[in-house]
Design a binder for this molecule. Structure first.
Ligand code: ZN
Length: 85
């Protein structure tokens, strides 16, 4: 392991701080069109899971699937996610 590299446990406190905030006001920058909108402004489609699409270009930003005690969150269409801490 490189001297500058740690595993993800090294940022446990940061992750807890970042993901324990109000997410509807988080700004997601779309990978396709570059627009930055609050997650609360996305277009949401519900089925076996949840798909959140960019309100400007319809790109899939976020996918969420819940199965009992676990949740899978895909951020494949999000370039950056900006949250207030
Ligand atoms: Zn977009």
């Amino acid at each position: 392991m490189d001297a500058l590299m740690l595993d993800g446990n090294a940022v446990a406190g940061l992750l807890q701080e970042v993901f324990a905030v109000e997410m509807t006001t988080a700004l997601a920058t779309c990978c396709r069109c570059g627009a930055a909108d609050a997650l609360g402004a996305t277009h949401v489609f519900r089925g076996a899971g949840v798909v959140m699409r960019c309100p400007r270009c319809d790109n899939v930003l976020v996918t969420i699937v819940r199965d009992g005690a676990r949740v899978w969150i895909g951020l494949s269409g999000v370039r950056t996610l900006q949250v207030g801490v």
